[in-house]
Design a protein around this ligand. Structure first.
Ligand code: ZN
Length: 253
Protein backbone atom coordinates (compact mmCIF):
# COMPACT_ATOMS: atom_id res chain seq x y z
CA UNK A 1 0.00 0.00 0.00
CA UNK A 2 1.46 3.32 -0.93
CA UNK A 3 1.56 6.23 1.44
CA UNK A 4 -1.63 8.13 1.88
CA UNK A 5 -1.11 11.65 0.68
CA UNK A 6 -2.38 14.44 2.82
CA UNK A 7 -5.07 15.19 0.29
CA UNK A 8 -6.27 11.64 -0.14
CA UNK A 9 -6.27 11.17 3.62
CA UNK A 10 -8.51 14.19 3.99
CA UNK A 11 -10.88 12.75 1.46
CA UNK A 12 -10.77 9.34 3.12
CA UNK A 13 -11.66 10.78 6.48
CA UNK A 14 -14.55 12.85 5.25
CA UNK A 15 -16.51 12.28 2.08
CA UNK A 16 -15.12 9.01 0.83
CA UNK A 17 -15.65 6.67 3.75
CA UNK A 18 -17.26 3.63 2.23
CA UNK A 19 -19.04 1.34 4.63
CA UNK A 20 -19.55 -2.27 3.76
CA UNK A 21 -20.43 -5.42 5.63
CA UNK A 22 -17.61 -6.68 7.82
CA UNK A 23 -15.65 -9.32 5.99
CA UNK A 24 -15.67 -12.68 7.72
CA UNK A 25 -11.99 -12.74 8.60
CA UNK A 26 -12.29 -9.66 10.74
CA UNK A 27 -15.87 -9.91 11.90
CA UNK A 28 -16.00 -9.45 15.65
CA UNK A 29 -19.10 -10.55 17.54
CA UNK A 30 -21.36 -7.55 17.80
CA UNK A 31 -22.49 -6.32 21.14
CA UNK A 32 -26.02 -5.01 21.26
CA UNK A 33 -25.63 -1.36 20.43
CA UNK A 34 -27.06 0.94 23.03
CA UNK A 35 -30.19 2.49 21.57
CA UNK A 36 -29.80 5.64 23.60
CA UNK A 37 -26.27 6.54 22.62
CA UNK A 38 -26.01 10.28 22.61
CA UNK A 39 -23.18 12.70 22.30
CA UNK A 40 -23.34 16.14 23.76
CA UNK A 41 -20.45 17.51 21.74
CA UNK A 42 -19.41 15.88 18.48
CA UNK A 43 -15.81 17.00 18.94
CA UNK A 44 -15.30 15.82 22.54
CA UNK A 45 -16.37 12.60 24.23
CA UNK A 46 -15.68 11.75 27.88
CA UNK A 47 -18.37 9.11 28.37
CA UNK A 48 -21.37 7.77 26.50
CA UNK A 49 -24.82 8.57 27.80
CA UNK A 50 -26.49 5.22 27.97
CA UNK A 51 -28.34 2.96 30.36
CA UNK A 52 -27.07 -0.08 28.51
CA UNK A 53 -24.48 -2.04 30.50
CA UNK A 54 -21.54 -1.35 28.24
CA UNK A 55 -18.13 0.21 28.91
CA UNK A 56 -15.04 0.91 26.81
CA UNK A 57 -11.63 -0.25 27.97
CA UNK A 58 -8.97 1.92 26.40
CA UNK A 59 -5.22 1.34 26.51
CA UNK A 60 -2.81 4.18 25.75
CA UNK A 61 0.84 4.57 24.77
CA UNK A 62 1.51 1.19 23.13
CA UNK A 63 2.29 -0.98 21.49
CA UNK A 64 4.69 -2.44 24.03
CA UNK A 65 6.75 -5.36 22.69
CA UNK A 66 6.20 -7.58 25.75
CA UNK A 67 3.15 -6.29 27.61
CA UNK A 68 0.75 -5.68 24.71
CA UNK A 69 0.86 -9.32 23.53
CA UNK A 70 0.20 -10.48 27.12
CA UNK A 71 -2.80 -8.15 27.31
CA UNK A 72 -4.04 -9.37 23.92
CA UNK A 73 -3.91 -12.95 25.20
CA UNK A 74 -6.03 -11.94 28.21
CA UNK A 75 -8.60 -10.20 26.03
CA UNK A 76 -8.74 -13.08 23.55
CA UNK A 77 -9.27 -15.62 26.34
CA UNK A 78 -12.32 -13.61 27.44
CA UNK A 79 -13.56 -12.72 23.96
CA UNK A 80 -13.44 -9.02 24.86
CA UNK A 81 -12.74 -6.06 22.61
CA UNK A 82 -10.86 -2.89 23.57
CA UNK A 83 -9.53 0.27 21.95
CA UNK A 84 -5.79 0.92 21.73
CA UNK A 85 -4.56 4.50 21.41
CA UNK A 86 -1.19 3.96 19.80
CA UNK A 87 1.81 6.25 19.54
CA UNK A 88 2.92 6.61 15.92
CA UNK A 89 6.63 6.16 16.50
CA UNK A 90 5.87 2.85 18.27
CA UNK A 91 3.55 1.70 15.47
CA UNK A 92 6.43 1.73 13.00
CA UNK A 93 8.67 -0.11 15.49
CA UNK A 94 6.26 -2.97 16.21
CA UNK A 95 3.95 -3.30 13.19
CA UNK A 96 3.32 -7.01 13.83
CA UNK A 97 1.74 -6.24 17.18
CA UNK A 98 -0.32 -3.47 15.61
CA UNK A 99 -1.57 -5.91 12.98
CA UNK A 100 -2.44 -8.42 15.67
CA UNK A 101 -4.44 -5.79 17.59
CA UNK A 102 -6.50 -5.08 14.47
CA UNK A 103 -6.81 -8.73 13.43
CA UNK A 104 -8.20 -9.72 16.82
CA UNK A 105 -11.09 -7.29 16.56
CA UNK A 106 -9.81 -4.40 18.65
CA UNK A 107 -9.94 -0.82 17.52
CA UNK A 108 -6.90 1.38 17.02
CA UNK A 109 -7.01 5.09 17.77
CA UNK A 110 -4.53 7.91 17.24
CA UNK A 111 -2.43 9.03 20.23
CA UNK A 112 0.00 11.34 18.35
CA UNK A 113 3.38 10.55 16.85
CA UNK A 114 5.73 11.45 19.72
CA UNK A 115 3.46 12.04 22.73
CA UNK A 116 4.07 15.77 23.26
CA UNK A 117 1.93 18.17 25.24
CA UNK A 118 -0.07 19.29 22.21
CA UNK A 119 -1.80 22.12 24.05
CA UNK A 120 1.48 24.03 23.70
CA UNK A 121 1.95 23.30 20.01
CA UNK A 122 1.01 25.20 16.88
CA UNK A 123 -1.93 24.03 14.80
CA UNK A 124 0.37 22.84 12.03
CA UNK A 125 2.50 20.80 14.46
CA UNK A 126 -0.67 19.25 15.94
CA UNK A 127 -1.92 18.25 12.50
CA UNK A 128 1.53 16.92 11.58
CA UNK A 129 1.70 14.74 14.74
CA UNK A 130 -1.76 13.36 14.03
CA UNK A 131 -1.48 12.88 10.25
CA UNK A 132 1.86 11.09 10.56
CA UNK A 133 0.33 8.66 13.06
CA UNK A 134 -2.83 8.07 11.04
CA UNK A 135 -0.67 7.38 8.01
CA UNK A 136 1.47 4.85 9.94
CA UNK A 137 -1.63 3.04 11.21
CA UNK A 138 -3.13 3.09 7.72
CA UNK A 139 -0.01 1.52 6.22
CA UNK A 140 -0.08 -1.35 8.72
CA UNK A 141 -3.80 -2.06 9.02
CA UNK A 142 -5.31 -0.68 5.81
CA UNK A 143 -7.45 1.87 7.60
CA UNK A 144 -6.84 5.11 9.46
CA UNK A 145 -8.02 5.65 13.03
CA UNK A 146 -11.40 7.34 13.47
CA UNK A 147 -10.83 8.80 16.93
CA UNK A 148 -8.02 10.70 18.66
CA UNK A 149 -6.84 10.78 22.25
CA UNK A 150 -4.49 13.62 23.23
CA UNK A 151 -1.40 12.80 25.31
CA UNK A 152 -2.05 13.81 28.95
CA UNK A 153 -5.55 14.83 27.86
CA UNK A 154 -3.94 18.18 27.07
CA UNK A 155 -5.92 19.57 24.15
CA UNK A 156 -7.92 22.78 24.25
CA UNK A 157 -11.51 23.08 23.14
CA UNK A 158 -10.32 25.18 20.23
CA UNK A 159 -7.93 22.40 19.21
CA UNK A 160 -10.62 19.74 19.57
CA UNK A 161 -12.97 21.69 17.32
CA UNK A 162 -10.16 22.34 14.84
CA UNK A 163 -9.29 18.62 14.65
CA UNK A 164 -12.92 17.62 14.24
CA UNK A 165 -13.41 20.16 11.50
CA UNK A 166 -10.18 19.45 9.64
CA UNK A 167 -9.85 15.67 10.07
CA UNK A 168 -13.27 14.53 11.25
CA UNK A 169 -11.63 13.03 14.35
CA UNK A 170 -13.47 13.39 17.65
CA UNK A 171 -11.29 13.69 20.75
CA UNK A 172 -11.94 10.82 23.14
CA UNK A 173 -11.16 11.58 26.77
CA UNK A 174 -12.32 9.34 29.66
CA UNK A 175 -14.60 9.12 32.67
CA UNK A 176 -12.55 6.62 34.72
CA UNK A 177 -8.89 7.31 35.46
CA UNK A 178 -7.15 4.81 37.77
CA UNK A 179 -3.95 6.93 37.69
CA UNK A 180 -2.15 3.75 36.74
CA UNK A 181 0.84 5.65 35.34
CA UNK A 182 1.79 6.43 38.95
CA UNK A 183 2.24 2.67 39.42
CA UNK A 184 0.05 2.18 42.48
CA UNK A 185 0.10 -1.61 42.04
CA UNK A 186 -2.20 -4.01 40.27
CA UNK A 187 -4.79 -4.40 43.02
CA UNK A 188 -5.22 -0.62 43.41
CA UNK A 189 -5.59 -0.21 39.64
CA UNK A 190 -8.26 -2.92 39.55
CA UNK A 191 -10.13 -1.48 42.56
CA UNK A 192 -10.18 2.03 41.14
CA UNK A 193 -11.50 0.88 37.78
CA UNK A 194 -14.16 -1.34 39.33
CA UNK A 195 -15.24 1.42 41.70
CA UNK A 196 -15.50 4.08 38.98
CA UNK A 197 -17.14 2.12 36.17
CA UNK A 198 -20.78 2.49 35.28
CA UNK A 199 -22.72 2.08 32.03
CA UNK A 200 -21.24 4.30 29.31
CA UNK A 201 -17.87 4.66 31.04
CA UNK A 202 -14.70 5.21 29.07
CA UNK A 203 -11.86 3.69 31.09
CA UNK A 204 -8.32 5.04 30.70
CA UNK A 205 -5.31 2.79 31.27
CA UNK A 206 -1.82 2.14 29.89
CA UNK A 207 -0.59 -1.15 28.50
CA UNK A 208 3.04 -0.04 28.86
CA UNK A 209 2.70 -0.49 32.65
CA UNK A 210 3.14 -4.02 33.94
CA UNK A 211 1.00 -3.22 36.99
CA UNK A 212 -1.87 -2.29 34.69
CA UNK A 213 -1.61 -5.45 32.62
CA UNK A 214 -1.38 -7.50 35.83
CA UNK A 215 -4.54 -5.77 37.03
CA UNK A 216 -6.52 -6.78 33.94
CA UNK A 217 -7.65 -10.31 34.83
CA UNK A 218 -9.31 -9.06 38.02
CA UNK A 219 -10.54 -5.87 36.33
CA UNK A 220 -12.03 -7.53 33.24
CA UNK A 221 -13.59 -10.39 35.20
CA UNK A 222 -14.90 -7.98 37.84
CA UNK A 223 -16.58 -5.74 35.27
CA UNK A 224 -18.03 -8.76 33.46
CA UNK A 225 -19.33 -10.17 36.76
CA UNK A 226 -21.38 -7.00 37.12
CA UNK A 227 -22.97 -7.66 33.77
CA UNK A 228 -20.96 -4.99 31.96
CA UNK A 229 -20.09 -5.69 28.34
CA UNK A 230 -17.11 -4.28 26.50
CA UNK A 231 -17.45 -2.09 23.43
CA UNK A 232 -14.85 -0.56 21.19
CA UNK A 233 -15.01 3.22 20.83
CA UNK A 234 -16.79 2.90 17.48
CA UNK A 235 -19.39 0.62 19.04
CA UNK A 236 -19.83 3.02 21.93
CA UNK A 237 -20.39 5.85 19.45
CA UNK A 238 -22.98 3.83 17.55
CA UNK A 239 -20.71 3.62 14.50
CA UNK A 240 -19.88 0.61 12.33
CA UNK A 241 -17.05 -1.57 13.61
CA UNK A 242 -13.68 -0.09 12.75
CA UNK A 243 -12.76 -3.36 11.01
CA UNK A 244 -15.81 -3.11 8.77
CA UNK A 245 -14.88 0.27 7.37
CA UNK A 246 -13.49 0.52 3.91
CA UNK A 247 -11.57 3.59 2.94
CA UNK A 248 -11.55 4.12 -0.78
CA UNK A 249 -8.41 5.73 -2.03
CA UNK A 250 -9.21 8.95 -3.77
CA UNK A 251 -7.01 10.17 -6.56
CA UNK A 252 -5.39 13.48 -5.81
CA UNK A 253 -5.99 14.64 -9.41
ZN1 ZN B 1 -0.39 8.75 26.59
Amino acid sequence: MTALTRRSFLSASTAAIVLTRPDQAHAAPRIALPSDVAQRDAATVTAIRTRSPVVAMTFDDGPHPKLTPILLDMLRARNMRATFYLIGNRVVKWPDIVRRIADEGHEIGNHSWSHPDLSRQSESRVIQEIDRTSDAIFRVTGRPPVTFRPPYGAFSRRQRLMLYEQRNLPTILWSVDPQDWRRPGASVVASRILKGSRPGAIILSHDIQSGTVNAMPRTLDGLAARGLKFGTMSQMMGWPLWQSRRFRRVSAG
